[in-house]
Design a binder for this molecule. Structure first.
Ligand SMILES: [Zn+2]
Ligand SMILES: [Zn+2]
Length: 256
């Protein structure tokens, strides 16, 4: 009697949780449809509306061999994008999932409005588009780009951690959150020129643990712009002896 009462309460609690926290579509942010299964529980089958999924553009076709940025129509024959042709990057190679313009609103809500649940869709999309390629690289650690701690406490989470967790689950690769730390609150890169960007990042990161010996890592961030943040982190890991350093970002734009 008591047991069945308990079960009913638990089931009710699940239902309430589902109704209070149902899934939001990562594109339009409307609630996703749910189905009531035969045992009375509610299940959410879909992570995105079918029509909303059609609005997303993925990174496909010819991309820069270094940063993975899509090459514009006039530069299809080139190996590297204009940025990588003139910048020496520390990382080996980068991958991105979405064309920035088609997903910018979604990423904004993911970063600033608490929509951590979008990571489920982001992780699945990453696995579908790049899973095979990424698994072949022999990555032994996923490293999310860290946030300055006081800033993270204020926001409640680091979006790169949340995305990395979802990707790690998808690829079956462990995520290490506390290996590298951000020492200062760097300014938003888009507000600075090239020199300002370099100064801004000087000694911004340091490896907090020396007991981890990785050979091949995948640095994860939300958006790729100039690559300077990823280069700074890659630089620290190079010094620590990591041989192969790749990065993965949710979104990337075309050459600016
Ligand atoms: Zn939608
Ligand atoms: Zn490039």
């Amino acid at each position: 009697m008591l047991q069945s009462y308990k079960n009913n309460v638990l089931r009710l609690k699940d239902k309430v949780l589902d109704v209070v926290y149902p899934g939001h579509c990562p594109i339009c942010d409307e609630l996703l449809p749910y189905v009531e299964t035969t045992d009375g529980s509610i299940s959410f089958g879909r992570m995105i509306h079918r029509d909303c999924a059609k609005k997303i553009r993925y990174v496909r076709g010819n991309t820069c061999m270094k940063c993975g940025k899509p090459l514009p129509g006039s530069e299809q024959e080139r190996e590297y994008c204009r940025d990588c042709a003139k910048t020496r990057h520390v990382f080996d190679r980068g991958f991105s999932v979405f064309d920035y313009r088609s997903i910018s609103g979604s990423i904004y809500k993911f970063k600033y409005m608490g929509r951590q649940e979008y990571a489920r869709f982001y992780g699945k999309a990453t696995g579908r588009l790049l899973g095979k390629e990424l698994r072949r690289l022999g990555i032994d650690a996923i490293i999310p780009v860290p946030m300055y701690k006081p800033k993270q406490i204020k926001r409640g989470y680091n979006q790169a951690d949340v995305y990395a967790k979802s990707v790690g689950r998808e690829l079956g690769i462990p995520v290490y959150k506390n290996v590298i730390k951000r020492n200062k609150n760097t300014l938003p890169m888009k507000k600075l020129d090239a020199r300002g960007r370099r100064n801004n990042l000087k000694k911004a990161f340091n490896i907090a643990r020396n007991d981890v010996k990785f050979k091949c890592i995948l640095i994860i961030d939300d958006i790729y712009t100039t690559g300077s943040t990823i280069d700074e982190i890659a630089h620290e890991f190079r010094i620590a002896g990591v041989e192969k350093i790749y990065f993965l970002t949710l979104a990337i734009g075309q050459t600016t």
